[in-house]
Design a protein around this ligand. Structure first.
Ligand SMILES: [Mg+2]
Ligand SMILES: [Zn+2]
Length: 228
């Protein structure tokens, strides 16, 4: 699948709002004026240097509250703010890639979801792109993780190829999507992440700051060997 094959819903340039959702394709939101260009790394821009990190929202950046569109219930995960500060200080692009089937299920509206996402940015700072799948599991879309569509669309919007992008998530589906997109995936488990997902993750880290520091250092995160 090529990037061009993914139907996307682009927001009008500079508007900072979602365009009317289409039946297919992710919702994409970028700041007015577009996402900041990721800086080249220090010294040589080496082939494997990570230039963008995309985070799952629920259970990764913030506590997992099922179908949450309530800003009052948005609480950052441990060390999320430090992890993001390090990425921004290094000029690495950041984004959110989030399945929000509560839209398809009628659990909340787009406007309500936006309020919760705004709260995430109030607490954790601005992201270069938000890519959201509003579809349900039966919708057959190509953006709902573990499909790669959200990641490919976010990469395209940031101007960073998937092979220079890392995806951080709390469940196996996040890492499957990363693999399918050709991006590097790192699992940061929560107490409810199943052990088999940690074992099959390939790379995992105990918290977001550790994950990000390993990505910035170019070092592989821990493999599943020895996972508790
Ligand atoms: Mg999650
Ligand atoms: Zn979708």
């Amino acid at each position: 699948m090529t990037d061009a094959a993914i139907p996307t819903t682009w927001d009008p340039p500079g508007a900072g709002t979602f365009a009317a959702p289409q039946a297919e394709g992710p919702w994409l939101l970028t700041p007015p004026g577009g996402p900041p260009r990721p800086a080249a790394g220090p010294g040589e821009d080496s082939e494997d240097e990570i230039r963008a990190v995309l985070f799952d929202r629920d259970g990764t950046l913030v506590e997992d509250v099922p179908y949450n569109a309530d800003p009052a219930l948005v609480r950052p995960q441990p060390k999320a703010d430090e992890a993001l500060a390090e990425l921004r200080a290094r000029g690495v692009a950041t984004g959110v890639v989030s399945n929000q089937s509560g839209i398809a299920r009628g659990r909340f509206t787009r406007a309500e979801l936006m309020e919760a996402n705004r709260r995430v940015e109030e607490l954790l700072g601005p992201f270069g792109v938000w890519a959201i799948c509003p579809h349900g599991p039966a919708g057959g879309c190509r953006c709902r993780k573990p499909a790669p569509g959200l990641i490919l669309a976010a990469c395209e919007r940031l101007g960073v190829p998937p092979e220079r992008t890392a995806v951080v998530g709390d469940i196996g589906s996040d890492l499957e999507a990363a693999r399918a997109a050709g991006a590097r995936g790192v699992l940061v488990p929560t107490p409810v992440t199943r052990r088999e997902e940690i074992v099959s993750a390939g790379e995992w880290a105990p918290d977001l700051l550790t994950a990000v520091r390993r990505l910035l250092a170019g070092a592989p995160a821990s493999t599943a060997e020895g996972a508790a």
